[in-house]
Design a protein around this ligand. Sequence first.
Ligand code: DX5
Ligand code: ZN
Length: 222
Amino acid sequence: MAVSYQPQISPSILSADFSRLGEQIASVEGAGCEVLHLDVMDGHYVPNLTFGPMLVKAIRKMTPLVLEAHLMISDPDKYLDNFISAGADIVLVHPSTCKSVADTLQKIKDTGVKSGLVVNPDEDLSMVEPYIELMDQLLIMSVYPGFGGQSFIPTATDGLVALLPTLQENGVLIEIDGGINQTTIGSLAQSGIQRFVAGSAVFNNSAPPDENFLRLLNLISQ
Ligand code: DX5
Ligand code: ZN
C-alpha cells in the first residue's frame, strides 16, 4: 500500500544572504515552510567552514520552524549537546564521522530530539540498515557535502527502491540534499522522498525566497 504524505521543501540557509537572514527566513516562513536546513561544516570533515551552535541559537530566536542541523563535522558526539541546547530539533550525522554510529544516534534520541543518518553519493544506502530502529530520518546526499550550488548526482538514489519498504515500515522520513532545483526536483516526485533540501534554488537573486520556495513545492505537489 502506498504511504501518503505531504512533500516538504527544507530551505538550506547556506545560500542565504546572512546580512538579512531574519528577513530571508521570514520570507519562506510566510510561504508555509515548516522546516529549515542548517549546514554545519568544520573545515575538517569537509573543506568548507560555516557556523556552529551560536548561529543555531540566534535562528531559534528568529523562528518557530523545525530546525534540522546537518552536521558535516568530525567527532559530532563532542558537540551534540551544544547543537541541541541551541535549539536544533533534528540532528543528522554522517556515519563515518561517528566512533559508534549506534551510540551517537542513541545519544541524540535520549535528549528528545530527532536523529538521522546522512549517506554520501559514493556510499551505499544499505549502510543505514543496521541503524534503522534508531533513526527518524535518512538524508541522501545528491552532491558531495561541502558546498552549495553543485550539480545533482542522479546515482545518489540508487538502492532507494530496495530500501524503501524497510524505511517506510520503520517510519523513517526520507530526505534528499544537493542540486535540488526546478529542473531536477520533478523526477523525484514519485520516489518516496518526502523532504527536499534546497539552498541555491531558494536563496538567489532571481526571485524572492518565498516565490522560489512555492515554485519548487508546486513541482512536487501535483
Ligand atoms: C551541501 C549541503 C547542502 C547545500 C545544498 O554540503 O549539505 O545542504 O546547502 O545546496 P544546493 O541546494 O545549492 O545544492
Ligand atoms: Zn545539507
